[in-house]
Design a protein around this ligand. Structure first.
Ligand code: MN
Length: 283
């Protein structure tokens, strides 16, 4: 797999869109936060980058935008999210749209938080056009239909009334709920591997109206042949390698759209193309 570094050093004028997912950022893993900031620096150096997609589970947990928005200016100054907002805003001002999709962990993320950096909350399924092809983008948890328990939980949590109810609870109450959820998610370690992966039937259904499917969530980055003529691309989670050495490395399989979007000519050697690439960060 080609590396992001190679791509941006050899053809920075080619990279139009970057797609990432499953960063699971939290104050407990500062190396992941640093790696995200490093990716944003790379993005800032790309002269024709017009979109950055974050396809869910950007954060390990999100208890509502007010967790940040209710802070005083002084409290914000030292908050771990602030450098990230500042850099995203810089990227937006440089002309890159920032499109954010919910994951199963940060489904309470709202437009008010995204407004801090000029981002836009998008909903699944989202159609991305690459050249002549329509890619269906989604987080991926809805495809894991073998996990009946989780799908039941998802249905409740994605309900607007539940979300309204949760967001109107005091912050401490929501912290307690999140703690409970985290404990129940630890049970996932005991679930059979196939239950935690996508269901073939759900994939076939999802891909039926599109030319390709792109998702994250499963932490199994790969390119699959979903049908005879359609591919399923899986973005990777952000991984900490060698967490015990002093300078941890983070790696992630991310997506990029390169080439000329305007060109409708598939024989054009510079036609728009989607690919999976490896992002690595040495902090
Ligand atoms: Mn997920």
């Amino acid at each position: 797999m080609q590396s992001f570094e190679h791509l941006i050093t050899t053809s920075p004028h080619e990279v139009r869109q970057v797609l990432i997912s499953d960063l699971h950022l939290s104050p407990e893993e500062p190396a992941l936060v640093q790696a995200f900031l490093a990716l944003l620096d790379d993005c800032l150096a790309l002269p024709v980058l017009k979109r950055l997609f974050i396809l869910g589970d950007w954060f390990e947990v999100w208890l509502g935008d007010d967790f940040y928005l209710s802070l005083s200016d002084e409290e914000r100054q030292s908050h771990w999210l602030t450098p990230l907002i500042v850099k995203l805003k810089r990227l937006r001002v440089a002309g890159c749209e920032i499109l954010v999709m919910h994951g199963n962990r940060d489904f309470l993320l709202g437009q008010p938080f995204c407004n801090l950096f000029g981002g836009e909350l998008i909903y699944e399924p989202y159609t991305l056009t690459v050249g002549q092809q329509n890619y269906r983008l989604e987080h991926g948890d809805a495809l894991c239909t073998d996990d009946k328990k989780y799908q039941f939980f998802r249905k409740i949590m994605r309900n607007r009334l539940t979300q309204w109810y949760l967001l109107n609870k005091p912050l401490e109450k929501r912290l307690a709920i999140a703690d409970k959820m985290r404990k129940s998610q630890q049970n996932n370690a005991n679930k059979a591997a196939h239950i935690m992966d996508v269901n073939d039937e759900a994939v076939h259904q999802a891909i039926s109206d599109s030319d390709a499917l792109l998702h994250g969530h499963t932490h199994r980055p790969a390119i699959h042949q979903a049908t005879t003529d359609k591919k399923r691309y899986v973005l990777g989670d952000w991984r900490l390698l060698d967490s015990n050495i002093r300078q941890p490395k983070v790696s992630a399989v991310i997506g990029a759209v390169t080439g000329d979007e305007q060109s409708n000519d598939s024989f054009n050697s510079n036609a728009a193309e989607f690919r999976l690439i490896e992002f690595k960060s040495l902090i």
